[in-house]
Unconditional design. Sequence first.
Length: 217
Amino acid sequence: MKYVNQREHVVTLCLELSRRGYFAGTGGNIMLRLDSEHVAVTPSATDYHTMSAATVCVLRLGDLHQLDGEAAPSVESGLHASVLRARPEIGCSIHTHQPVASALALLGDEISVPSRWRPTLGPRIPVVGYAPSGSSWLSSKFGHTVHPDINAYLMYNHGILCCGRDSAAAMKALDDLEALARSLLDQRISQHAATATPAQGQALLRARSALNDRSTS
């Protein structure tokens, strides 16, 4: 089996993302650059707690031909490849349905990133319009959105994708995006609560309390 250490690292990342609540069941996937021509990607429809290095797939980046792995590669391989092909300095791409940032993606608004998060995320977070999961349409739309200084992307009705020079940088982008999303949603809830009816205001304040409780859990 080739690239054993790197494939074991993919498994470790999946378990850590599951622990943080960013991956659940079989939702979410990772692509890790192995060298200039090869990548490792999570297998399709495989529970992260049953995954092994042998099931992590090795693909050629250029055409996504599978070279190794006991399972089929993630249907989102093309999505990740559109990032790694466009940005040779990127070593890791992670797609999640993490709860707060995914909720923000449903609003469909591009975000201007405050200065404290710009070193990790970039100056703005664009929104990629909806396309079916695993489709070449989604990969194409995403590829046209990739920008050299942007490491976080919202996908309408399809979660988020973050990338970085290595897995640690990509994981930091996920955490920073979730923190930014929580801050923005908290602001929106407070603004709407101020002009809502008493019943609506109470419901919005309960939603804000639940959001803040999640940040400390």
